[in-house]
Design a protein around this ligand. Structure first.
Ligand SMILES: [Zn+2]
Length: 252
């Protein structure tokens, strides 16, 4: 496909058509396999891609946009081995911790602990008795960050953000493997020892049992769930006193 692009570009150039046109021609002729950019760089390389939030990744790709990231002109040459590594990083959704440290720290700054409240709701469950379907009402439970939610049970939990980075090693068979770090409260502690982070590099745990948040029977299906809900009731970590440091569970 790449040779085809270059040939078409050459052809258009010869005919004296402005080069800008070729991008449009290529983009429309390649629908179905993503819009490709033109590239004259010879040899294996990875282009810098950035997304709206400022995250950076390098992909051995020529797509104009890839996984929400936009292709930039900057690139790094890759050895054959590095091509395999960058493909692996792509497959595992890994980006460089150091390259993205500023945005990661900014995002961490936004992630303040918050309280969730347990609530109950009723569900009607169909039951078939012979040929007759009847309904039974059962009580279900979930958690909300809205302190004024109806049917609160009075139970609360403290939701806490933890962070994880990882390294990539080759195993004895020459296959790349991901070795994750412990979960930590401050991702800055992992800089230097760890090279990569997952694109989603944090998770929220329940500080009581250090497990990832579960929502028991799930959100009330009759309820409109607002996504911003989770952060509106937050408070800063300064006002939280931990009797002991949280014991974290590795869950990668
Ligand atoms: Zn290129």
């Amino acid at each position: 496909m790449r040779n085809f692009n270059l040939n078409l570009k050459k052809m258009v150039r010869l005919r004296g058509v402005p080069i800008a046109l070729t991008a449009t021609v290529l983009a429309t002729s390649l629908t179905g396999c993503g819009k490709k950019a033109e590239c004259d760089i010879s040899g294996s390389h990875a282009h810098l891609y950035t997304n709206e939030e400022g995250y950076e990744a390098y992909y051995n790709k020529e797509y104009l946009t890839y996984d929400g990231y936009e292709r930039q002109e900057d690139y790094i040459p890759l050895t054959e081995e590095e091509v395999a590594l960058y493909k692996f990083l792509d497959k595992k959704d890994l980006i460089s911790l150091e390259d993205n440290l500023d945005v990661i720290l900014a995002e961490q700054e936004q992630n303040t602990d918050y309280i969730e409240y347990r609530y109950s709701y009723k569900r009607r469950i169909p039951m078939r008795v012979g040929k007759v379907t009847t309904f039974r009402t059962v009580t279900r439970y979930s958690w909300t960050s809205d302190p004024n939610h109806i049917n609160l049970t009075g139970e609360t939990r403290l939701c806490h953000y933890v962070y994880q980075a990882c390294n990539v090693y080759k195993d004895e068979n020459g296959k790349y493997v991901v070795i994750p770090s412990e979960c930590v409260d401050d991702i800055g502690d992992l800089v230097g020892d760890y090279t990569y982070v997952k694109k989603v590099f944090y998770k929220v745990i329940n500080l009581e049992n250090n497990l990832e948040l579960d929502y028991e029977d799930g959100q009330d299906p009759n309820e409109e769930v607002s996504k911003s809900n989770a952060t509106t009731q937050s408070y800063t970590t300064n006002s939280v006193e931990y009797a002991e440091g949280p014991k974290l569970v590795k869950n990668y």
